[in-house]
Write a protein that binds this ligand. Structure first.
Ligand code: SAM
Ligand code: SF4
Length: 312
């Protein structure tokens, strides 16, 4: 289905939890956030029903996110239910990767087609500092388990931060020379704990690695490759090159609120709705999707929640 700006909405991002085992400094406060109570969170069957109705309106791709989706105990059941729905062509999952060594193979069996793994640094001490206690080695073991489980085209999400990982840009680009990975450099957004003074434009990647050659524009990413490289480098620039005109997604928060735009405070409650009533609510959300975000003007996301609560 198209929204009022003629954007075809084909992607649904489902946040399955607002909880997380890490505390990334730009995403969560040190004490974490007060997680929604168990009965406020959509159970597996409601997530499947929301997906079914969204598919009937043209959604083809579903991404499970959070919080950290792999901390949810019934994550495999959710994956199986969503993957089994007719019309779901692709089921993706965004994760911090720390539980992948245990879960990569079961996720694959449960029908997950693609993984995005968030990894902002390749240095153990920096990783522990940025995530407030996480272990880089868990993510690296998780990536290896994902490869062995048969996941291909894994995307690494790297949030660019001045004074933190600018000097690691060439190391991440080098990974794409050696492995068939897509490293996606993402501009830090002023949402949650994202602090403006850390902002680094994605153009810093092209300055650091002038050998990168343009390949294409894929969804919200401009993509590049190194000469002869096996993988790709993607730039995601919500701040310096607003891509709202190409936005094809809607989101549902872990407590069942439809968010037509990540950066708008507009939320449509879906809990308790089924069948035609649910379909109508989702249609209404798509129809009222804002044309763009206003972070450049206001300096802040209009969303009244942190990223872990909405799903990145
Ligand atoms: N826990 C999972 C993970 O880290 O991949 C999924 C949820 S996380 C909120 C999804 C993505 O949002 C991650 O890649 C994270 O780096 C990104 N993110 C969180 N806060 C952000 C911010 N202020 N600006 C840009 N990206 C952000
Ligand atoms: Fe957790 Fe992901 Fe937020 Fe980091 S970015 S605190 S891993 S939800």
């Amino acid at each position: 289905m198209k929204d009022v700006c003629a954007r075809e909405i084909t992607c649904l991002r489902l946040s399955v939890t607002d909880r997380c085992n890490l505390r990334c400094r730009y995403c969560m406060p040190p004490e974490g956030v007060c997680g929604r109570l168990h009965d406020e969170i959509c159970p597996a069957e409601e997530l499947a029903e929301i997906t079914r109705q969204a598919v009937s309106l043209g959604v083809r791709k579903v991404r499970l996110t959070g919080g950290e989706p792999l901390v949810r105990r019934d994550i495999l059941e959710i994956c199986r239910d969503v993957a089994a729905l007719e019309g779901v062509e692709e089921l993706c999952l965004t994760t911090n990767g720390t539980a992948l060594s245990r879960l990569a193979a079961p996720l694959r069996e449960a029908g997950v087609n693609r993984l995005n793994v968030s990894l902002d640094t390749l240095r153990p001490d920096r990783f522990a500092g940025m995530t407030r206690g996480g272990r880089l080695e868990d993510v690296l073991r998780g990536l290896e388990a994902a490869r062995k489980a048969g996941f291909s085209g894994i995307k690494l999400n790297v949030v660019l931060m001045d004074g933190f990982n600018r000097d690691e840009i060439p190391d991440f680009v080098d990974l794409t020379r050696r492995y068939p990975l897509e490293v996606r450099f993402i501009e830090l957004m002023p949402i949650g704990q994202g602090a403006a003074e850390r902002f680094l434009p994605a153009s810093a990647v092209l300055e650091a690695c002038p050998e990168l050659e343009g390949v294409d524009v894929s969804g919200v990413a401009r993509r590049y490759r190194t000469p002869g490289g096996r993988g790709l480098v993607g730039l995601i620039e919500p701040m310096s090159h607003r891509f709202c005109a190409r936005c094809d997604r809607i989101r549902v928060t872990a407590d069942g609120k439809l968010k037509p735009c990540l950066h708008s405070e507009q939320e449509i409650p879906l809990r308790g709705l089924r069948g035609e009533a649910l379909r109508r609510a989702i249609r209404e959300g798509i129809e009222s999707k804002p044309p763009r975000h206003y972070m450049a003007e206001t300096g802040r996301s209009g969303a009244a929640r942190n990223m872990n609560q909405i799903g990145g």
